[in-house]
Design a protein around this ligand. Sequence first.
Ligand code: C2E
Ligand code: MG
Ligand code: MG
Ligand code: MG
Length: 275
Amino acid sequence: KGAGKNTWRVYSPDQTMMSELVDRWNWSDRIQTALDKGLFELHFQGIYEASRQQLTHLEALLRMRDPDDSSRMIPPGHFIAIAEKTGKIVEIDRWVIRHVITMLAAQPGLPPIAVNLSGRSFDDPAMSEFIARELQTNQIDPARLYVEVTETAAVSDLQDAEQFIDALRRAGCHVCLDDFGAGFSSFTYLKHLKADVLKIDGQFVRNLAQDADSQVFVQGMVAMAHGLGKLTVAEFVEDRATLEMLINFGVDMVQGYYLDQPQANHPALIRVKQT
Ligand code: C2E
Ligand code: MG
Ligand code: MG
Ligand code: MG
């Protein structure tokens, strides 16, 4: 198709597979270099209480400085999926947790911080122990750490995910179901994974004011979450009209470009530094 209409190409699985493998190899190489040379960085975006837009916590979002061009920042969409395939994601997730816990330990006045964890990390029972141990040795109140988990193919075993989340909640962390509604088994997730926050996927929030179907979905998800005793976050809030509609629908927290952008030096971090 890429070669245009009316063009015949002999399908060559070997070539496609080869280029995919080379691509994956290049990226695994870059990921390893980034880990070795400390090229990963976190940006922070605020999550706000909806009606008054007061900051409740920050979400840490990973970026990688291009090993070949230090002026370029690579967003996670380029390397997370590959890191999940190669297994490197577990090392990345540990780096993120350690980094955030170090920040929380250094500055007791910091708001709570949410980290994103790949489903690949749940398979590893050592991961929840790692988090609990890091919190304990750094004497961090576990309620200052939010863990966001996404319904992805990387969650190979629902039972593992269930145990992982239960362990985190027993340790005292908050757990959010990220991108809720985007996957194929959202209800199964909701039934089995005992999260305390449900994060409504951005596809239902974007253009909310113009999209009657999305309004029905969002209201339904809020009712369901509240019925189950969970709080809701809407991501991708990009304008005032969307924010107002979300407040009317009873959404608890909001996040998006209308409120702030992910940034290395988020004002909520600076303010604490100065005091
Ligand atoms: P996510 O956790 O659902 O994060 C929200 C994404 O939406 C972020 O993209 C954020 O920059 C973007 N966003 C926030 N507000 C708006 C908005 O108003 N409009 C639009 N169009 N976008 C908005 P980002 O930083 O590129 O991250 C993409 C995904 O990569 C994340 O989705 C998360 O699943 C994953 N990710 C990010 N950091 C990490 C990490 O440290 N570890 C792991 N395992 N995954 C991560
Ligand atoms: Mg997230
Ligand atoms: Mg999300
Ligand atoms: Mg998302």
